[in-house]
Design a protein around this ligand. Structure first.
Ligand SMILES: Cc1cc2nc3c(=O)[nH]c(=O)nc-3n(C[C@H](O)[C@H](O)[C@H](O)COP(=O)(O)O)c2cc1C
Length: 364
């Protein structure tokens, strides 16, 4: 089983990816970047571009091109194809199309999970994408850059696109929509299909819809879909994983041979679970539980990495508080110590408060 770090906007940026890889990396097979918007201006925002620059990503990774996967948010084939080529030029082996973001601003622009409302359009978009990939054709990009694009891509020949994967939900408002969507996905040579077992209207809440996930996988396979399947949703502990294994009919080492009831999946994508327990992927692979000493090191390195990324202690502390919102679960009776962390205004105050929580609260 493979374990992936889910894309999380504002969180799985390069400071976190590099530090996590350095301290806990042995369990995570691939890290997804938060989505980069493939805008119709054919231009990434500076902060998006920075997040995928090889010099920012290659330090902690032996092979960043296959261990990191940029995610792209696009509302049409042209924009996606341009962004995918840009990622290929930067050395990425695969990219992932976002079909899951539930934010109203995204949905209203017919992007992210907004595209799930219109399988016919999605089919057309994927046809355009895979048509261009197969033909090795430059589609999208600024017309006046076309010659430069072609020169940049000359070494790649027809191989100018990375492998393409999708991250989807089961539907927009009803999981029955998954049938139509899976039929569409099965028509294209996707590398991986990640299914977040919820619909858009669930956002991130409630129990994942396991029955509907199983049904969707079956439809996908019956329609000839051959991508590797990745499950996503609420795997926050080894116990959650064992329960999921049972529900999906999975057995140690993969699906039981010849079992029709088993739902074959190749990997699990972990989001909030890895934020609460950065050693989760290692534990799922049978490794050691999270140790307080390594968590301390992780937090210190993360602080330093964010200090290079954002100016001012206050902003770095805000970023660290996003992690503490998940990590506090390891400290028993920690309300007072957490309050001190939240109230800190300088690096010194913050570090003293963190030392306090480690010294005073039982680690669980
Ligand atoms: C703060 C936050 C930001 C997210 N940003 C993205 C994103 O950029 N792209 C994406 O596909 N999913 C995004 N997600 C969804 C996660 O990748 C994942 O699908 C979701 O959290 C469910 O998995 P989990 O239960 O393991 O956390 C985000 C989720 C959260 C909580």
């Amino acid at each position: 089983m493979k374990y992936y770090f889910a894309p999380m906007e504002g969180i799985t940026l390069y400071p976190l990816r590099n530090v996590h890889r350095e301290v806990f990396g042995e369990g995570v097979d691939k890290y997804c970047t938060p989505f980069l918007t493939a805008a119709s201006t054919f231009h990434f925002k500076n902060r998006e571009k920075k997040d995928v620059l090889p010099e920012k990503c290659s330090k902690a990774f032996e092979d960043y091109g296959s261990q990191i996967e940029p995610q792209i948010m696009a509302g049409n084939g042209e924009n996606f194809l341009w962004a995918a080529r840009e990622m290929k030029k930067l050395g990425y082996k695969g990219v992932n199309l976002n079909l899951g973001c539930p934010a109203p601003t995204v949905v209203n622009r017919h992007k992210g999970s907004g595209l799930l409302q219109d399988p016919e359009y999605l089919d057309k978009m994927l046809k355009e994408i895979f048509g261009a990939v197969e033909a090795g054709e430059v589609v999208g990009g600024k017309p006046f850059n076309k010659r430069r694009d072609e020169e940049d891509l000359a070494d790649l020949g027809r191989n100018m696109y990375p492998e393409i994967s999708l991250k989807t939900r089961l539907g927009f408002s009803n999981p029955a929509e998954a049938t139509e969507l899976m039929k569409v996905y099965a028509g294209y040579p996707l590398k991986e299909l990640t299914i977040h077992a919820r619909v858009r209207e669930d956002y991130y809440a409630g129990h994942p819809r396991i029955e509907d996930f199983i049904k969707a996988v079956k439809v996908y396979r019956q329609c000839g879909g051959s991508a590797d399947l990745i499950y996503n949703g609420n795997v926050n502990s080894v116990e959650d994983y064992k329960k999921l294994q049972k529900e999906l009919g999975l057995f140690e080492g993969g699906a039981a041979p010849g079992s029709d009831d088993s739902c074959h999946i190749s990997g699990i994508m972990l989001g909030r679970g890895l934020l609460s327990n950065p050693a989760l992927a290692r534990e799922l692979k049978g490794g050691e539980r999270l140790q307080p000493e390594e968590l301390k090191i992780y937090l210190r390195k993360l602080y330093d990495a964010y200090s290079e990324y954002i100016p001012e202690d206050r902003n770095v502390i805000f970023k660290m508080l996003e992690h503490w919102a998940f990590l506090h679960v390891h400290f028993k009776d920690s309300d007072k110590c957490l309050k001190a962390i939240r109230k800190s205004r300088s690096k010194g105050e913050y570090q003293a408060a963190v030392n306090g929580i480690f010294a005073k609260c039982e680690f669980v």
